[in-house]
Design a protein around this ligand. Sequence first.
Ligand code: PLP
Length: 394
Amino acid sequence: MAGFNTRLIHGEKINDNQTGAVNMPVYNSSTYVYPEINGKVRWDYSRSGNPTREYLEKQIASLEHGSNGYAFASGMAAIHAALSIFEPGDHIIIGNQIYGGTYRLIKEYFEVRGIEFTSVDTKVNAEVEAAIQDNTKAIYFEPVTNPLLQVTSVRAIANIAQAHDLLTIVDNTFLTPYLQQPLDLGADIVVHSATKYLGGHSDVIAGLVVTKNETIGKQIYFVQNALGGVLSPENANLVRRGIQTLSIRMDRQQENACKIIDFLNESGQVDTIHYPGIKGTRDYEIASQENDGFGGVLSFELNEDVDATEFVNNLQLIRLAVSLGAVESLAELPYEMSHAELPPEERLAAGITPQLVRLSVGIEDVEDLLGDIQQSLTIATKSNNVQSINRDAI
Ligand SMILES: Cc1ncc(COP(=O)(O)O)c(C=O)c1O
């Protein structure tokens, strides 16, 4: 098998292309001709299968070392499909820090339709084991959580799952197959918001599911075709194109993230930095064993002397926006933005304070990012402002 970077660029060989095009064409056809009434056709209708979408589906399956891949109209549609293979009466253990949209889907859609869920801290094996019931069918979690970047060992969870005949489902959005291949660590299903690193340019909403084997693959395909939340050919093409530069983007994003961490540490204006690549932590130990890198997202607690709202409001280059994983750097305040739906006491209990800033680091020149952070810190530092007010008074 060709190397990972080569497979990012080339995917599966294109063999139905009459034109010699280097890239898989965008097949904007909803339907396909039958040569005759009883003729066997590979393609019949684009909800059931589309060559452009299939190219991406095969590519993500190859990159994740899975058997089958499926592309959906969003990450949420992909997660919905993965959870739709279960039935009323089944029980699923979920990580207690999963993406809010996934939690909403579970609570307000699947739970009311008779699937039971127990949320646990997946970092604690004993908590996971204690939650297993007779009707438990799966464990669903994110190996790196948002916004605190806490790490769960995929291998540890998969071991527990295998011992009890449960499926392990991993949301690999933050790491991507470039940095972690959960199926190799024992997982059965991987889901992605391809909107993030795989697309990589904040210009497409997409989701992917990869299964370890054909049997689970067929169950996902049934849901994809029956419910119809498929990715369009145009958007499949955008994700395909994004994937080609995944590794070089992530290399730069990680490099920039590390330099920003050094800068923040030296600034004296940050109490805590959350990033799995910080040596000497439990998260670092697990991540360095199971990952090939630590990702391009970090979060940090500004100290009390910095007004966090002023800080994010005054960033010039780094844009104030939710989402992550794209070429441009984005900042947000989880307490006010991505996690605002949680009651304040739950946000605080989860460690999401008003001083917490999340950065999704892009591929800009790091000097420009550091300059932007510095100028914004200066404006947002309360003691600087008091001095300037005093000076004005004089
Ligand atoms: C970890 C994770 N999973 C899933 C999703 C949902 O993906 P989408 O927004 O593409 O539906 C997100 C979105 O932010 C996410 O961060």
